[in-house]
Design a protein around this ligand. Structure first.
Ligand code: NAP
Ligand code: ZN
Ligand code: ZN
Length: 348
């Protein structure tokens, strides 16, 4: 079995450090990928620090993976050695339940296998993610990256991209709508780009006044500083749709009040603790609140192809893996511009 170099954390309060793990030999349907780049998602941090109380250690995070195929199993049809390939948050699912059949593997009814911190039916242990120099994945869960995209800047499309693309598509965001994005981080900056590309009037709702100019450059038509109550009040009852991509505690009601009658706020952020929610902002204007989890394999490929056609990638800060702990600290301070991506050359 091939050894892989990786970065792992041994426990919730420990920093990440060097770790060696074993990838399986490629099975007939497997693709063995040399990882070139891996994005750093806030979910990696929540998991590394056991904020969702489900982490099994040692934990190797990372689910925004772009790399080069080095070997394939003898039944693999879509990939050959030398191809560029990508892996997102999922590496398997039951493939037979109604959700899987509908291409919505993220809602697999018997349980999917996440790229990290999931039971691994091959090894009997848990899955290890993309903070590593290689990974072996069934070709059904491997994606193609359009050749015109910068590979490092494409990596975060595999989570930040699809997690924002999918709800914007599902709720038919487009022309004639006023759409808010809450939180200008990895997810939020992609939501701004997509909502703009779909033709909506995009409003960035941020706690960071220093990000206003960037928000406009990324495609926002207006910017609201959410800590300024007067600014918020001016926009009450005006939004058709809001995507909430916040990683920490915040007042949902304050954002719900921005929605007009029958407006929807969809949550993709998953803070550590439950958020309190008063019912008045919901009942007053028949407002709706929903949630959305990443995206299925077909939609992830559709999103990558859309990005290829429109030349959309992420705004990234490329880091060596040795700076991952510092990147986590900056993420906690909302100091992300707008996604860290690990250059896996640094692991060699
Ligand atoms: P990120 O890059 O760290 O961005 C989070 C942003 O939230 C910050 O940049 C900040 O933006 C805003 N924020 C932070 N604290 C806040 C507060 N107290 N009040 C209001 N806004 C605050 O994180 P990310 O990688 O985009 O992930 C965001 C969340 O989505 C995480 O909880 C992550 O686990 C979750 N996630 C969910 C899915 C899914 O499938 N549903 C997929 C991936 C990630 P401003 O500076 O603009 O205020
Ligand atoms: Zn993620
Ligand atoms: Zn299923």
């Amino acid at each position: 079995m091939p050894n892989a170099k990786a970065y792992a954390t041994p426990g919730a309060t420990s920093p990440l450090g060097p770790f060696t793990l074993q990838r399986r030999d490629p099975q007939p349907n497997d693709v063995h990928i040399e990882i070139l780049y891996c994005g750093v998602c806030h979910s990696d941090l929540h998991t590394a620090r056991n904020e969702w109380q489900n982490t099994i250690y040692p934990c190797v995070p990372g689910h925004e993976i772009v790399g080069r195929v080095v070997r394939v199993g003898n039944a693999v049809k879509k990939f050959k050695p030398g191809d560029i390939a990508a892996v997102g948050c999922l590496v398997d699912s039951c493939r037979t339940c109604p959700s899987c059949r509908a291409g919505l593997e993220q809602y697999c009814e018997t349980g999917f296998v996440l790229t990290y911190n999931s039971p691994d039916k091959h090894s009997g242990g848990i899955t290890y993610g993309g903070y590593s120099d290689s990974i072996v994945v069934d070709e059904a869960f491997v994606l193609r990256v359009p050749t015109n995209l910068d590979l490092a800047a494409a990596a975060p499309l595999l989570c930040a991209g699809i997690t924002t693309y999918s709800p914007l598509r599902h709720w038919n965001v487009g022309k004639g709508q006023k759409v808010g994005v809450v939180g200008l981080g990895g997810l939020g900056h992609m939501a701004v780009k997509f909502a703009n590309a779909f033709g909506a009037h995009v409003v960035m709702i941020t706690t960071s006044p220093g990000k206003a100019a960037d928000a406009r450059r990324l495609g926002a038509h207006e910017v609201i500083i959410s800590r300024n109550e007067d600014e918020m009040r001016k926009h009450h009852n005006t939004f058709d749709f809001i995507l909430d991509a916040v990683s920490a505690q915040h007042d949902l009601g304050a954002y719900l009040e921005l929605l007009k009658r029958d407006g929807t706020m969809t949550i993709v952020g998953v803070p550590e603790k439950p958020l309190p929610l008063g019912m008045f902002p919901l009942v007053m204007r028949r407002r709706q609140i929903g949630g959305s989890l990443i995206g299925g394999l077909p939609e992830t490929q559709e999103m990558l192809d859309f990005c290829g056609q429109r030349g959309i990638t992420c705004d990234i800060e490329l880091i060596p893996i040795q700076r991952i702990n510092e990147a986590y600290e900056r993420m906690l301070k909302s100091d992300v511009k707008y996604r860290f991506v690990i250059d896996m050359k640094s692991l060699k």
